[in-house]
Design a protein around this ligand. Structure first.
Ligand code: GTP
Ligand code: SPV
Ligand code: MN
Length: 604
């Protein structure tokens, strides 16, 4: 039964049903009873497998199709009327052509199936950040995942009222044919069409499709920002909490940093870390002129491999109930889940992520490297008390970072906002399993938004610069971090995870003007004495001041190479790249140029 009298909504649902021709239409009301019935149905069809109710209450396992395990960037399109508005970093299709092409694919795609109508709200319904979307889908997995990831149900429709301002999402698994898979965005129509996939980032349309691609476009028009960022709070022993946002590319440590557990010595002194968000931040200038952030999501879609009691106990605890696991291994002895890095000893009897018997000796991975958990935010032991605050939290620092085996030091600070925007625009990272394609190759990924910016990247940088002007001297300080420097053997030189707290404390000390820094060719770096490494170990030995000195070194040759690579990237962006950023690049090049000895002429 319909849950609204909103004519635009009703007409659109009718139109999409006429196109996709489902046998039945079911509106998702957000109730427990309905969810229970859907779980039962999905278990009957085998789409979701119930897990050990004693050990993992309310948890289920889902296996996606083998050809459908990650975002597909080369099949993701931004369909603006003018191609130049999508910019050179996005794939583009003419919207009319795209509607026609996908219209043919969607025609009858839901025959014999049910169409679920999922009204959802991104951000708390009473927040000034709140935005409503409706996703139509033929996948129960999508319904149950959206129910965890967003605020689903009647309340969203109430928030919408009779307005026509909502994101129209249409999704069908169709037949999961990868050659006909399309994830298409129409920013000018507030519309998303996704077909032939069942994987998270391609089909949970509230997440990357809406909350980043469409929202970044809306933010540019309306004067706010949608960013691929975690949000965390650090509470000091005096019970003051400061908030930090950090943009790292996919599978580069956002969930881990957001749920950081302070090392014992800091915990003992009373430091606490609170998670506000692990993937997406919506940012606005508040009435007080500061930058405020909310997490528009309501759950975590986190990377499973590597998550364990030591690396991220909070994430692990978050997944112990009411969680959907996707493409992890199934331990047959007690019907629980397993993935590489969860425990030292793999299960003796397990099925791999494809559902085949798995031999630990085979050398094959039991869980897919991009296997994930979908867990309610409310499960997180360190969830910030401000999580539901409709106003969000004020931001003191913004971090950019990526996987850089070389070049980028552990941490450095931008000279000012403009330089910080430059650092974000210059981000680069080794690719991961979160997207289909080669893993481990270095690519430029500005602000971790390369796959998620819904418009021209040059204009996006421009928008960042203008936001800085609005913020003036209330702008957060900007930093660059890199947890991923390696030695010749490929071993990480920094222990990372909880120990990243030591770097965060230096960052906060800088924000509060409590510590000096040394000016270098690339920005402000810490003095070795100012990063607390007491008791710190790495690769089985003590992390010495000399090793920290290495982590904080700037190799000018590498930076010159990087500046050349960045020049080539900037050139691809054409004349929409703000001149201020070319200036910053010129300054960097001057700063890292080979030092020539000055020859004084004239006097003997
Ligand atoms: P998305 O959900 O794809 O956006 O990923 P994310 O940025 O939230 O990444 P996540 O925190 O899930 O980490 C991804 C991988 O990086 C995991 O395998 C972690 O074990 C690893 N990782 C996270 N933090 C660190 C760190 O500080 N050091 C090292 N060496 N690895 C880390
Ligand atoms: C990412 O790839 O950055 C993710 C996972 O957070 S997905 O939702 O698939 O995009
Ligand atoms: Mn992400």
């Amino acid at each position: 039964m319909e849950m609204t009298e909103n004519k635009t909504v009703l007409r659109w649902v009718e139109e999409m049903a006429a196109l996709t021709k489902p046998d039945e239409i079911v509106w998702i009301d957000g109730s427990e009873e309905q969810a229970k019935a859907l779980y039962a149905e999905a278990e009957k069809t085998g789409e979701m497998l119930p897990l050990n109710e004693g050990k993992l209450p309310g948890c289920t396992l889902h296996r996606s199709a083998v050809n459908d395990v990650a975002r597909v960037e080369d099949r993701t399109f931004i369909c603006t009327r003018k191609q130049e508005d999508a910019g050179p970093t996005n794939h583009w299709m003419d919207p009319r052509e795209c509607y026609e092409k996908l219209g043919r694919l969607f025609d009858g795609a839901m025959r014999g199936r049910t169409m679920y109508v999922i009204p959802y709200c991104m951000a708390k319904e009473d927040s000034p950040f709140a935005k409503v979307g409706i996703e139509l889908t033929d996948s129960i997995y999508v319904v149950l995942s959206m129910r965890i990831m967003t605020r689903v149900g009647a309340a969203a429709l109430k928030t919408l009222g009779d307005s026509s301002d909502f994101v129209k999402g249409l999704h069908s698994k169709k037949d999961l044919d990868e050659t006909e898979r399309y994830i298409c965005h129409f920013p000018e129509d507030n519309t998303i069409w996704s077909i032939n996939s069942g994987y998270g980032g391609n089909v949970l349309l509230g997440k990357k499709c809406f909350a980043l691609r469409l929202a970044s476009y809306q933010g540019k028009k309306e004067g706010w920002m949608a960013e691929h960022m975690l949000i965390l709070g650090i509470e000091n022993p005096q019970h003051e909490t400061k908030y930090i946002c950090a943009a790292f590319p996919s599978a580069c440590g956002k969930t881990n940093l957001a749920m950081l557990v302070p090392p014992e010595k800091f915990a003992a002194r009373g430091y606490k870390v609170w998670c506000v968000g692990d993937d997406i931040a919506w940012l606005r200038v508040g009435e007080d002129g500061r930058l405020w952030a909310v997490n528009p999501e309501n759950g975590f879609f986190g990377v499973a491999p590597g998550t364990n009691e030591k690396s991220n106990p909070n994430a692990l605890a978050t997944t112990r109930k009411d969680t959907i696991f996707t493409n992890v291994a199934q331990d047959l002895d007690d019907n629980t889940v397993w993935w590489e890095g969860l425990t030292k000893t793999p299960p003796a009897h397990a099925l791999n992520w494809k559902g085949e018997p798995w031999d630990p000796e085979s050398g094959e991975k039991a869980a897919h490297p991009n296997s994930r958990f979908t867990a309610p935010a409310g499960n997180c032991p360190c969830l910030s008390p401000e999580f539901d605050n409709p106003q969000g939290v004020p931001i003191s620092a913004i971090l950019f970072g990526g996987r850089r085996a070389r070049t980028a030091p552990l941490v450095f600070e931008a000279r000012d906002w403009k330089h910080g925007v430059f650092l974000g625009s210059a981000m680069a990272s080794e690719t991961t399993a979160a997207a289909a394609g080669q893993v481990g190759t270095l690519r430029r990924d500005p602000m971790a938004m390369l796959p998620f910016c819904g418009y021209h990247m040059g204009e996006y940088f421009e928008h960042w610069l203008r936001m800085g002007e609005k913020l003036g001297d209330k702008a957060p300080k900007i930093f660059h971090v890199n947890w991923f420097r390696t030695d010749e053997q490929g071993r990480f030189l920094w222990p990372g995870f909880g120990e990243n707290m030591r770097v965060l404390l230096w960052i906060l000390a800088r924000c509060e003007g409590r510590v000096h820094a040394r000016e270098t060719a690339i920005g402000y770096l810490p003095y070795v004495k100012d990063v607390d490494i007491e008791g710190l170990e790495v690769n089985g030995g003590e992390l010495t001041h000399m090793m920290l000195d290495g982590l904080l070194s700037v190799d000018r040759t590498l930076w010159r190479e990087d500046a050349e690579d960045l020049t080539r990237f900037y050139e691809t962006l054409g004349d929409r790249l703000p001149p201020e950023l070319w200036e910053e690049l010129r300054t960097l090049k001057e700063n890292v140029a080979p030092k020539v000895r000055r020859v004084t002429r004239g006097k003997p």
